[in-house]
Design a protein around this ligand. Structure first.
Ligand code: SF4
Length: 428
């Protein structure tokens, strides 16, 4: 990790404090209090806290007034320029349900079963609309501040809402499109990932899936991957040091050639300099499918296990019940799903730094065989409880929170011998 110079703190009048190079947590961890990871700058006023990444782009907002919903709730801006509202959920059952202490509320429709509608609150709407004017007001009062504080404020002002939206579009263009869904394991790094695609499209084009791309599966060439790596270094700039994680896209990176997968991760770890990051550890997240998992040779997992990073591979199994696969329009045999589940357990046992996780669908209207077939794998199919190889239950329908489904989830979670959580679909 780099040595970070001591933070510069500047107080303006009685109400404004600006801190440059403030150090947050240097490792990802789960905590029941809000954490900021990496190194950042902060403007604190009587009413608001604003935080910025190392490119002086706003990444965090929190109101301090009495109308702010909760002192431990905040807004985070993603690399794709979405504001996400993190709520405590009253601390009742959130961590059991999603494996994290804070519940992400997205401004776009998703399949979450929990949470409220924070984006309808006037105080939240106002803060997401006026943060740039707040920086302007602070900059006017900071005319006599030290040069590095004024330079920071000029940079933060240049990163206007329009400029940030253009930056997000430029990021999507590097890999060819926006990542419409990130693997659920990205929760371990708060979804802060560098999107690097080794492929596009997927093998199955399942009928139920709302995030698939229309493009047929295609593996990218090494030249395309190299071009992305160099463009991503430019795009992330200084803030690369706060982002030691890669999402290896797109929907089925595991279906790419093994040499391309391991070679790309090796290049990315070195080009993005995970070793020097402000947050410990390097992580790679990717999706695979039943077919690509069953076809992947042992040697690939041995290679992945020898890389200097943690690999999280998420497989869309959806159901081990044939009638359910047919309802979902997933062109697979249940026997192949069962074989993929067994392969997943084997890889998790053999390779300490590779974790294969799986998604299954949840819905009230699935065929009667779906949950028994699920439990035949995650309960009867395992002789003991294992802490590795999370199972994510993914509600089928978008925008349909449901108490009854949450109860079903808890029943299945208690019976499962693997860590089991709800999957809230988030995009880049
Ligand atoms: S569930 Fe996976 S394989 Fe099926 S269409 Fe969606 S992205 Fe493709």
């Amino acid at each position: 990790m780099k040595t970070i110079p001591a933070a510069d703190v500047c107080t303006i009048g009685r109400d404004i404090t600006i801190t440059l190079r403030k150090r947050g947590a240097d490792a990802y961890s789960k905590a029941s209090y809000p954490q900021q990871f990496g190194v950042y700058s902060e403007i604190e006023t009587t009413d608001t806290v604003l935080r910025f990444n190392l490119n002086n782009e706003i990444v965090y907002l929190r109101g301090r007034g009495r109308d702010w919903p909760h002192p431990q709730e905040w807004l985070k801006r993603t690399a794709g320029n979405d504001w996400i509202y993190y709520s405590t959920g009253g601390y009742t059952g959130v961590v059991e349900a999603i494996g994290e202490y804070y519940l992400p509320n997205t401004p776009y429709p998703t399949n979450s079963l929990l949470g409220g509608r924070p984006f309808l609150l006037p105080v939240v709407q106002e803060l997401t609309a006026c943060w740039h004017s707040l920086i302007h007001e602070v900059a006017e009062q900071a005319a006599a501040a030290p040069a590095d504080i004024r330079a920071f404020l000029a940079g933060a002002l240049a990163n206007s809402p329009d400029a940030l939206e253009n930056r997000a579009q430029a990021l999507f263009a590097i890999s060819g499109s926006r990542s419409t869904v990130l693997p659920p394991d990205c929760r371990h790094v708060d979804y802060d990932v560098i999107p690097l695609a080794v492929s596009e499209g997927c093998l199955y084009k399942c009928r139920f899936c709302s995030v698939k791309s229309d493009r047929p599966f295609r593996q990218k060439s090494e030249e395309e991957v190299d071009r992305q790596i160099s463009a991503l270094q430019g795009w992330f700039g200084q803030n690369m040091a706060n982002t030691p994680s890669v999402f290896l896209g797109e929907h089925d990176a595991l279906a790419a050639r093994p040499g391309l997968i391991a070679g790309t991760i090796t290049k990315a770890c070195s080009a993005f300099d995970f070793q020097a990051a402000n947050i410990k550890g390097g992580n790679v997240f990717l999706f695979g499918s039943v077919g690509s998992l069953l076809d992947a040779p042992d040697g690939l997992f041995a290679d992945l296990g020898s890389l200097p990073c943690h690999i999280y591979l998420n497989i869309g199994l959806e159901s081990a019940d044939q009638a359910t696969l047919e309802v979902l329009g997933k062109p697979l045999r249940a026997a192949a799903v069962v074989a993929a589940f067994k392969r997943m357990q084997e890889i998790n046992r053999r390779h300490a730094t590779v974790e294969v996780t799986a998604n299954f669908i949840m819905d009230e209207n699935l065929p009667a065989g779906h949950y028994p077939a699920f439990l035949a794998l995650v309960r009867e199919g395992l002789s003991r409880v294992s802490p590795k190889g999370c199972i994510y239950l993914s509600p089928l329908r978008v925008g349909r929170p449901s108490r009854a489904m949450v109860m079903d989830f808890h029943r299945l979670k208690i019976l499962s011998r693997l860590p089991t959580f709800l999957y809230i679909i988030q995009r880049l």
